[in-house]
Ligand binder design. Structure first.
Ligand SMILES: [Mn+2]
Length: 418
């Protein structure tokens, strides 16, 4: 789903341009009421086809802090995948540390959850201590119904921050001995049940939920690590009914599932498939009373270096005037020459120094020549595994599919546990 028509368009900004940013931030919808900034999927430490993106990520943090100040944001919510890996590099940890300190310095509160890429235990280190500084790291599934409580002149706002709820890891905590539904929907429903119980005891309180999940209706990109196991991880948006705003992470394209349930998307493109996405953060103005209209605007994030996919014969690429505009972009180039040109990468890099991916699809060749990588693109781990079984022996049955799914799920769980 596209945000078009649901948010006010905002002029893109560069990294360090306070005056331009001021002009691009929409005025508050509700004068004294709470303004959230929703972001997710920073993936600090991630590289892009071996290009280090830490500089781009640092540029985003500058933009984020600037936006918090200029837009007078009250609370920043970061919906998971803070880091790219369970064991992030020291440079990624330093950048995160700097980001949290600078956010605390703005006076805004910050609520963060762990995503499927983060190690909850490592990210949650010291969480109780830094709470006092207004930085609220939530990585413990046992605390889903203990909100971060904020307020504005119209009363309280409860922010319920769910860490990524890996079904196998949190089932005992959230579902007890219930041997029914095993999937992500069941654990999120259980968490939301606790939220509604907690809210019922609070009187009139506006509510915000942070979750890291694949919600039905959302559109995936090529850079999210698959969390779907046999389809059981796709969660209906109705799970989040009854709260004023749900700030989702996991999918890397910004998108609205409905008026109150949205993905901010990642601040930086992490795959060439995100070539046409507009990376942004969302400004969310909460209404004075629960159930009132939530106003959302997007503020474009700085583009460190655009991503572009181009194709053509090598001589045309090296001399054609129409390619001049993309000379500085990160490029995925597909060559269409009948024969693979010699030393293609080094020749192309003389004109396009940031060529990262080089493919070869000779014009008129059969599709069978498509590379293994191309054939697997867009397929989940489970699909690849079941295709393999089908190829060597015949279709996997339902029980075998479930077994493969659980094996993949537990491999991912143990990877996250470090
Ligand atoms: Mn992610």
């Amino acid at each position: 789903m596209d945000l078009a028509g649901q948010v006010s368009p905002v002029t893109p900004v560069g990294g360090d341009t306070r005056p331009r940013l001021e002009g691009s931030v929409p005025p508050r919808t509700y004068r004294d009421d709470m303004r959230l900034l929703h972001t997710s999927d920073w993936h600090l430490g991630r590289s892009f086809h071996r290009e280090d993106l830490l500089g781009a990520q640092a540029q985003f943090i500058d933009f984020l802090v600037e936006t918090v100040v200029v837009a007078q944001v009250d609370v920043v919510v970061v919906s998971g995948d803070i880091y790219d890996r369970a064991l992030p590099s020291v440079d990624a940890v330093s950048l995160c540390n700097e980001a949290l300190r600078r956010l605390a310095d703005t006076g805004a509160r910050t609520v963060l959850i762990s995503g499927n890429h983060d190690s909850a235990r490592r990210l949650g280190f010291g969480a109780d201590l830094i709470d006092a500084a207004g930085i609220h790291l939530r990585t413990d599934p046992a605390r889903v119904a203990r909100p971060v409580l904020l307020d504005d002149p119209d009363g309280p706002v409860a922010v319920y921050a769910f860490p990524y709820l890996e079904p196998d890891a949190v089932r005992a905590e959230l579902l007890g001995d219930d041997d029914g539904d095993r999937g992500h929907t069941a654990v999120l429903r259980a968490a939301m049940g606790r939220v509604h119980d907690d809210l019922a005891g609070r009187g009139a309180t506006r509510s915000v939920v942070l979750a890291h999940a694949f919600v039905a209706g959302g559109e995936a990109s090529d850079s999210e690590r698959d969390i779907s196991v046999g389809g059981v991880s796709v969660v209906p948006a109705s799970v989040f009914d009854g709260v004023d705003y749900t700030a989702l992470g996991h999918l890397h394209g910004a998108q609205a599932i409905n008026e109150r349930v949205r993905y901010s998307g990642s601040p930086i493109a992490y795959s060439f498939g995100e070539e046409h996405q507009h990376k942004a953060v969302l400004l969310v103005d909460l209404p004075p009373t629960t159930g009132g209209a939530v106003r959302v605007a997007s503020v474009a994030a700085p583009v460190h270096r655009p991503l572009t996919r181009i194709r053509g014969a090598i001589d045309d690429l090296l001399t054609g005037g129409r390619w001049a505009d993309v000379a500085g972009h990160y490029l995925q180039i597909t060559l269409t020459d009948p024969q693979r040109p010699r030393e293609a990468m080094s020749r192309l890099r003389s004109r396009f120094p940031h060529t990262l991916v080089l493919g070869f699809e000779p014009e008129g060749a059969e599709r069978d020549d498509a590379s293994y990588v191309a054939r697997l693109r867009g397929r989940s781990d489970l699909e690849v595994a079941t295709d393999f079984v089908a190829h060597v022996r015949g279709d996997a049955d339902v029980a075998e599919r479930a077994l493969l799914g659980r094996a993949l799920e537990s491999t991912r769980a143990s990877e996250r546990a470090g």
